[in-house]
Design a binder for this molecule. Structure first.
Ligand code: MLT
Length: 445
């Protein structure tokens, strides 16, 4: 009899039942089960947002009748309807699928040419950046891409992560076995943490050591900070000098209001030699439920094999994409293309102004209530100092219990977030105003 088995960390192989022994295989007789990826066991509790949802559910169960009045300023999920131009394009695409002559089955895994062209042209070439259509990879989300990108990198890279941080960058590295265990503050052994503090304006200083991969996110989630052109240029120069790759998450670039602040890392000379950029239709055009994003992998990016041979990252990502993904649905890609039409742009601008208007309302209300508030100018997030004596989860509980508002505790984003909380401006105007009033009524002891 043949059973499949493997030693942890090795490729699957086949062996004969009679050769199995508890001592040889590290498991007891009779317990033949698939080995699990034990790196998952290092992860701290649940993913942040499901944990918040769980606490809110418990609160509602303990306080019946409160569900309707709760205002959610926790997860950054859009609330406003999809632009009409996007909806029309999707309706048309669905009708095409209803006729034999225009029906489409599998599309190109990396995205239809019409959308890759629209993105490369509108987001990059018309803004003076030389990005080719085939350097755009259309996907179902930046969260997925930020995690999936690790498939094409080796396991011995030194990885730099900012703190506070969008938890996906950390957790996916832990899952991939790039870290040891977390310490009491939640920091994982082996990762290089770059502190983002009041002192550095929540823009990290360059690492004092060599790192291979660097995650940056601007406008930043969770702090709402932006990096100046000079700051980003210094990151590009660091990466070029160290042969590092910057993984640049620009999911919130449309919220940049300051004309001097870069929207894309490729605005900086040299970036196409050292950076991958993640972009999304979620937060500008309201696609959080529809799912469409893109990742830019310039052909000029290279990594190295253990034996020192240089290999292009573009070819690896293309191979990964075409093997593990079948593309975003045709109607959704047509909807995304419509974001670049005249109407689509006007409607998208209106959505962004709406959420930034909410951010202003919340910023003023929180400031008036005596709290120290950052962000909210070039980003849909406010990063708020917790009142003295409160941990960020205590703030979460008090805000939920006293005024029925859900926020995100800063500690969920890393050790540096422990004295902060995040307020999301994604809401209707009515709810943003109501949340502002409730914040001002809050009394901290
Ligand atoms: C957030 O609240 O941080 C975001 O909604 C998370 C995400 O975009 O995945």
């Amino acid at each position: 009899m043949h059973l499949r088995g493997r030693a942890p960390g090795t490729a699957p192989f086949f062996f004969k039942h009679e050769h199995c022994s508890a001592s040889g295989l590290g498991r007891g007789l009779g317990s033949y089960m698939p080995f699990i990826n034990e790196h998952y066991l290092k992860l701290r509790a649940g993913y942040l947002f499901p944990e918040i949802a769980r606490r809110v559910k418990t609160y509602i169960a303990q306080n019946p009748g409160t569900e309707e009045s709760i205002i959610r300023c926790g997860i950054g999920d859009v609330t406003e309807p999809l632009p009409s131009g996007v909806r029309l394009a999707m309706h048309k695409a669905i009708d095409e699928l209803g006729h034999r002559e225009t029906f489409r089955g599998y599309g190109p895994e990396q995205g239809y040419e019409f959308l890759r062209y629209a993105i490369a042209e509108n987001e990059y070439r018309l803004r003076g950046m030389q990005i080719e259509d085939d350097e755009i990879f259309v996907s179902d989300g930046s969260k997925c891409d930020c995690g999936n990108i690790l498939d094409i990198f080796g396991s011995s890279n030194r990885i730099a992560i900012v703190d506070p941080v969008y938890p996906v960058y950390v957790d996916t590295n832990v899952m991939a076995g790039h870290s040891g265990l977390p310490d009491a503050s939640g920091a994982y052994e082996g990762l290089v943490y770059l502190a983002c503090t009041r002192q550095n304006g929540f823009v990290p200083d360059l690492p004092a050591e060599h790192v291979d991969l660097i995650y940056l996110c601007f406008p930043n989630n969770p702090t709402g900070s932006v990096a100046t052109r000079e700051q980003l240029q210094s990151w590009v120069e660091y990466a070029l000098k160290e042969n590092a790759i910057i993984l640049f998450d620009a999911a919130y670039e449309s919220y940049v209001t300051d004309p001097t602040v870069p929207h894309s890392i490729y605005e900086l000379p040299g970036a196409s030699e050292c950076a991958i950029e993640f972009r999304s239709f979620s937060k500008n055009a309201g696609f959080t439920g529809l799912r469409c994003a893109f990742t830019v992998v310039p052909r000029s990016l290279v990594g190295v094999t253990e034996s020192g041979e240089k290999k292009g990252l573009h070819a690896l990502w293309l191979r990964r994409f075409s093997t593990k993904f079948n593309g975003v649905s045709y109607p959704v890609q047509r909807g995304a293309e419509a974001v670049y039409s005249e109407d689509g742009r006007a409607e998208t601008d209106r959505l962004i102004r709406h959420y930034l208007g909410n951010a202003q309302i919340l910023l003023q209300a929180l400031s008036r209530s005596g709290l120290e508030v950052f962000g909210g100018i070039n980003a849909p997030y406010l990063w708020v100092g917790a009142p003295p004596g409160y941990t960020s989860w205590q703030v979460f509980d008090k805000v939920l219990n006293d005024i029925g508002v859900v926020i995100t505790p800063g500690t969920g984003f890393g050790a540096q977030g422990k004295d902060f909380f995040r307020v999301s401006a994604f809401n209707s105007r009515e709810k943003a105003e109501e949340a502002g009033q409730r914040f001002q009524s809050l009394r901290w002891n």
